[in-house]
Design a protein around this ligand. Structure first.
Ligand SMILES: [Fe+2]
Length: 230
């Protein structure tokens, strides 16, 4: 099956990070330091339980987060996979700690009482779960093929999580996963006492951006991407 058919059917696609990734000691150690550096607490936002997120400025100050994406030409790979031109609308660098998941089964866009909640047409997320420490950890799960079944009842949603088409992703430095944001997904909980980072890149088409991404934060990322393309 060619990749675009696979993505269209399943709602996800793994991409290798072969030009730049988190395997190099220099990069791994730098990001380990960032996580454990108590002196720079102002770099972080505390958005969800058991997690912390880089402030916008901390992301902009970290070129590696952009290089990881653009040197591996992930934007171009998404364009050819979905046959649309997409732009970067956000980057989140989030660290999860021991404890319950900050986000259980959900879609970023869904239908409630015949109304679409969240941005549409489909948006995309590219997720990387760097392995900075020795331990392996399960980070993220999706229920494949659920992106084309938006009109899902509450009961269906929970039953679907018991089906065999659950796919889980573990931390790793050489690949990331692209997801249609209408696919059912969740962040996994962990009982391990290690910080577990993730980078979440958001993409949308110009049409979706015009309707849903007119905030200052999104404009910052869209401008950076457009400058890189020119
Ligand atoms: Fe989500």
């Amino acid at each position: 099956m060619v990749n675009s058919e696979f993505f269209y059917q399943k709602g996800y696609q793994e991409f290798r990070l072969d030009k730049l990734n988190f395997s190099q000691d220099l990069i791994r150690n730098k990001f380990k330091e960032v996580i454990s550096d108590k002196k720079h607490d102002s770099k972080w936002l505390y958005k969800y339980k058991n997690t912390k997120d880089f402030e916008l400025q901390s992301i902009l100050d970290e070129p590696f987060l952009f290089d990881l994406l653009f040197k591996n030409e992930i934007d171009k790979k998404i364009n050819s996979l979905v046959n649309k031109k997409v732009f970067l609308t956000n980057i989140q660098y989030r660290i999860c700690y021991k404890g319950l998941s900050y986000m259980t089964w959900h879609r970023d866009t869904y239908i409630k009482k015949s109304k679409i909640i969240g941005p549409f047409l489909p948006c995309y997320k590219f997720l990387v779960f760097p392995k900075l420490f020795e331990e392996d950890s399960k980070e993220f799960s999706i229920i494949t093929e659920t992106h084309s079944r938006l009109n899902f009842s509450f009961i269906d949603k929970y039953f679907s999580s018991f089906k065999l088409n659950k796919k889980s992703f573990f931390c790793g430095n050489e690949y990331g996963v692209l997801m249609d944001t209408t696919t059912l997904h969740k962040a996994e909980q962990s009982l391990k006492d290690i910080p577990r980072p993730r980078i979440i890149y958001n993409f949308a088409t110009q049409e979706t951006i015009d309707k849903f991404y007119q905030n200052e934060r999104s404009k910052t990322f869209i401008d950076i991407h457009k400058k890189i393309l020119n």
